[in-house]
Structures are given as structure tokens and as C-alpha cells.
Write a protein that binds this ligand. Structure first.
Ligand SMILES: Nc1ncnc2c1ncn2[C@@H]1O[C@H](COP(=O)(O)OP(=O)(O)O)[C@@H](O)[C@H]1O
Ligand SMILES: [Mg+2]
Length: 227
């Protein structure tokens, strides 16, 4: 195995009082640079947990996650923050834009964290607004945007520091079929034209059809891999 993202014998348990929940059991997975992978499975099967582990938002209970050959379990907090800022962009079902900031400022935020100069930030935000089809919406705040537009802003924000990988958890879950379809088109473009590796968790059959590989989870284990 020599993927961009690797899970080696990954398990994740949660202890709630007396009960132990095994959210993931001994997952082995290798995702190559430039792949478009869909993760499907019923509610509670461990999809979000797997995405959070890949994105280093959470750590496995046992096993290892390797990003670009580096074991994230051995990284310092500082190195992990850097990894999340530069190597991974996250897109969520509920968008999670900051309500008080404009679309422009939401997209700019990760660049500020990365200490990019104002001039570079401006050029890059403009470029991203065009890329997601919102060049005339930069001054809008989230409540002045439709759901689909908010998700486009969230995707632009995920791309802010040009990470090689985009992780998306049910990105069309809040959207009607047509708007969702346009978001899938955008993710496909980001994969094909920008060469980003994309891992999408979804129930959406259209996403599964569009992905190069579909990984099906059930009860925390991979039950099927479809190419
Ligand atoms: N922070 C947590 N604390 C306790 N249990 C959790 C936590 N996160 C997830 N779980 C449990 O782990 C299992 C997998 O959850 P999740 O990864 O969210 O599934 P999915 O995204 O496929 O719906 C579920 O049984 C869920 O209740
Ligand atoms: Mg989930």
C-alpha cells in the first residue's frame, strides 16, 4: 500500500458509561492521490467517524491513519493543526459558515489562519468565488444565500489553502435533488480539473454513481468495495 490516505487496522470505540460502542472495527483502506471515493452505508454505520479520523478531527482507538506516509497518531498538536489547515478541506452537511461574516470573509478565514498576505488572499478568494460560480455573491452573508450557494461557499472555503484532499460529509443532505446535483457537478470538477482527492460520505445514489470507487460500511466494517 502506498496511498495518499491510508487506514491500517483502524478501530474507534466510544465509552458511554457501562456501554462500549464500536463505531469502526479494523478498517483497512488505501486512497490514492486524485481518487474520487464515496463512502455509503446505513445511518450509524460509522461513515462520519471514518471521515473524522481521515481528517484528523478525531484519533483512532487502535490502528493508524497515514496521510502522505505520515502517521497522524505520532504528530504533535501543532503538526496536526498544520495538517488540517493545509492538507485537508472539510465540507459538512450543514455548511457551518460563520453567520456574521460575508461569503468573501468566510472563504478568506483559513488563509488568514495560514498568514497569507492580504493581496494574496484577495486574489485567491476572487479566484475561488469564480470557481464555485459565486463571483457576484462575495458581499452576501450566509442568510442572504440559498442552501446551494452556502454549500458552494463552504466548498470554496475548503479549497482556500489549496489542500490536496477534500472530505465531504453528506454535502447534499440539506439540498433538493437539483441543487444537490449541481454540488456533485462541482465536486466532480474539483476532482477532474484541479486533481483533488475527494472522499464523500453520502446516501445519495448519484454521488455513488459518479465516484470511481464506492466503499460500503455496515456496523463499523467495510462490507463491499465497488469499482
Ligand atoms: N462522539 C460519540 N460518542 C458516542 N458515540 C458516538 C460518537 N460518535 C459516533 N458515535 C456512535 O458511533 C456509531 C457510528 O456513528 P457515525 O460515524 O456518526 O455513523 P454514520 O455517520 O454512518 O451515521 C453510532 O452508533 C454512533 O452512535
Ligand atoms: Mg454521519
Amino acid at each position: 500500500m502506498n496511498g495518499l490516505i491510508e487506514a491500517i487496522g483502524v478501530s474507534r470505540t466510544y465509552d458511554l458509561g457501562e456501554t462500549r460502542i464500536c463505531a469502526l472495527k479494523e478498517i483497512n483502506l488505501s486512497i490514492a492521490r486524485g481518487e474520487f471515493v464515496a463512502i455509503t452505508g446505513p445511518s450509524g454505520s460509522g461513515k462520519s467517524t471514518l471521515l473524522h479520523l481521515i481528517g484528523s478531527i478525531e484519533q483512532p482507538t487502535t490502528g493508524a491513519i497515514l496521510i502522505d506516509g505520515e502517521n497522524t497518531g505520532r504528530m504533535s498538536q501543532r503538526a496536526l493543526s498544520r495538517l488540517r489547515l493545509h492538507k485537508i478541506g472539510f465540507v459538512f452537511q450543514h455548511f457551518y459558515l460563520l453567520a456574521t461574516l460575508t461569503a468573501y470573509e468566510n472563504i478568506e478565514l483559513p488563509m488568514k489562519e495560514a498568514r497569507l498576505s492580504r493581496a494574496l488572499r484577495r486574489d485567491r478568494v476572487q479566484e475561488l468565488l469564480v470557481a464555485v460560480g459565486l463571483e457576484d455573491r462575495g458581499r452576501h452573508r450566509p442568510h442572504q444565500l440559498s442552501g446551494g450557494e452556502q454549500q458552494r461557499v463552504a466548498i470554496a472555503r475548503a479549497l482556500a489553502n489549496d489542500p490536496p484532499t477534500i472530505l465531504a460529509d453528506e454535502p447534499t443532505g440539506e439540498l433538493d435533488t437539483r441543487t444537490g446535483s449541481a454540488i456533485i457537478d462541482l465536486l466532480t470538477k474539483i476532482n477532474q480539473e484541479y486533481g483533488k482527492t475527494i472522499v464523500v460520505v453520502s446516501h445519495d445514489l448519484e454521488i455513488a454513481r459518479r465516484a470511481k470507487r464506492v466503499i460500503e460500511l455496515r456496523d463499523g466494517a467495510i462490507v463491499d468495495v465497488l469499482y
